[in-house]
Design a binder for this molecule. Structure first.
Ligand SMILES: *Cc1c(COP(=O)(O)O)cnc(C)c1O
Length: 459
């Protein structure tokens, strides 16, 4: 006790440390003062806890402060190399943008734009106008609008129903991740949840029986995304639901989640719902994400009947959820790429990665292996892997991929950390005590850097 109080007395004053010679290069100001205070507070705490035997010298304290200030000046949000094979990795930013989208963001960000201005008429217009025609062309819907993400799109669509009963199958009351839970979103919208059917089977007649004229506002179908049921399961087709909705003059809403604009069956990607199929089947309002299988920026797209879209555009929540101009620029450019179906897979990075066949990935893995072998720092094996689309898209589909497993004479954990902690973090994973990089999500231009990092491993 006696010793700690004497140590506490020796702690330098804030001003004294700020004026230490080695901190002279830093602009004095609130940030520097705050950092110095923080370092001294921690020291005080550690002394009281009995962790400190001798007070660090002034130079050492100043150095700690300097390192923290430099740390603050370095960007926090930074590029990483994704070696997980999961393309739509929510933790890693989901879909990288196409070149065309990047250029559009740059132009919209750097200058003024006609964001809400009609050049032809010389008057105010709506930001939705930039993408509405593209969306109706691509989805077959009458009208469309965009908000900042699909969670917002679902909330807005349900809110527009106007505090009525919304009928949902018990098999679709799912949690999508990041605390998006269908029952909670429904409650939040002011609607009342009416559950029908059972977890595994819900029939058209279950929906029909639950409808009460006047109090039922909509039928909701939810794509269960990251959750699959198999075996003794059943649900009515979209067309059956659409017919029931029409007969009762209520809308059928579908939360599609990923939402493919094009059918990717030619590329070996099956079972992905395509937005235009939903519209054709009689869905009145369909919502989906901009940064999942669409391969664009974060956005929530709502397509459907003009009367409903008009109601949503005018809803007070629409203003709170509105898409910002940078995402809108990226979205417009991405959607435009879909107008040329022959080149869309090649132009949108998300689709290019998703559709790359396994033999081509094996070649890619061989090239990476050669470059890593040349660094003579480990034992590299090319292995078969299965990638995931991610983002709740296609949970059931493991897409055959190729990867490399690295053994560098240190534990897989230490190797994982080494790759993660470099100037450009390389994120891989550990499987059966080996560090693995799936090449589906890595660009060949990053191979030399990965080899250089391997070479820096200290055994
Ligand atoms: C991903 C997903 C959401 C949430 O979409 P965000 O764009 O991430 O907000 C909602 N519903 C379903 C079915 C989803 O798959």
């Amino acid at each position: 006790m006696h010793k700690s109080s004497s140590l506490l007395r020796q702690i330098p004053k804030v001003d004294e440390l700020i004026s230490h010679a080695s901190l002279a290069g830093f602009a004095s100001g609130a940030a520097l003062t705050k950092t110095v205070r923080g370092v001294l507070d921690e020291l005080r705490h550690d002394i009281r806890a009995g962790f400190v035997d001798a007070l660090p010298c002034r130079d050492a304290l100043a150095k700690t402060v300097a390192n923290r200030v430099i740390g603050l000046q370095k960007p926090n949000l930074q590029r990483v190399i994704n070696g997980t094979g999961i393309i739509l990795h929510t933790n890693l930013g989901r879909a990288p943008l196409a070149e065309e989208a990047l250029n559009a963001v740059y132009d919209a960000a750097r200058d003024f734009s006609n964001l809400e201005y009609c050049i032809k008429k010389g008057e105010r217009s709506s930001r939705h106008a930039h993408v509405e025609d593209l969306l109706t062309e691509l989805t077959g819907a009458d009208a469309a609008m965009v908000v900042n993400n699909n969670a917002a799109a679902v909330l807005l669509a349900l809110s527009a129903i106007g505090q009525k009963d919304v009928i949902v199958s018990r098999g679709e009351l799912v949690e999508i991740g990041g605390s998006f839970r269908v029952p909670d979103v429904l409650t939040q919208s002011g609607s009342r949840l009416v559950e029908v059917g059972t977890t595994n089977k819900t029939h058209a007649s279950d929906y029909e029986r639950a409808i009460e004229s006047g109090s039922t506002g909509a039928l909701l179908r939810v794509h269960t995304s990251n959750f699959i049921m198999s075996g003794f399961v059943a649900k009515p087709s979209l067309r059956e639901l659409g017919d029931i909705a029409k007969k009762n003059s209520i809308p059928l809403i579908e939360d599609l989640g990923s939402g493919c604009i094009v059918n990717l069956a030619n590329y070996g990607i099956y079972n992905q719902p395509v937005v235009s199929d939903s519209v054709k089947s009689g869905v009145d309002i369909v919502t989906f994400s901009g940064d999942k299988l669409l391969g664009g920026p974060q956005a929530g797209i709502i397509a459907g009947q003009a009367t409903w879209i008009a109601k949503m555009k005018a809803h007070p929540l629409a203003r709170a959820m509105r898409i910002d101009k940078l995402c809108l620029a990226a979205l417009e450019a991405t959607l435009r790429l879909y107008l040329t179906p022959e080149t869309v897979v090649e132009k949108i990075p998300m689709l290019r990665m998703l559709c790359e066949p396994q033999d081509s990935l094996f070649n890619k893995a061989q090239i990476l292996k050669q470059q890593l072998d040349a660094s003579e720092s480990g034992e590299i094996t090319v292995i078969t892997e299965s990638s995931l689309a991610g983002g709740g898209a296609m949970p059931e589909e493991n897409i055959a991929s190729a990867a490399i497993a690295i053994n560098a004479g240190i534990s897989a954990q230490a190797l994982e950390r080494h790759f993660r902690m470099g100037p450009v973090p390389i994120i891989g994973r550990i499987s059966r005590d080996r560090f693995i990089l799936d090449v589906r999500t890595i660009g060949v231009e990053d191979f030399p850097y990965i080899a250089a990092r391997l070479h820096e491993v200290k055994v």
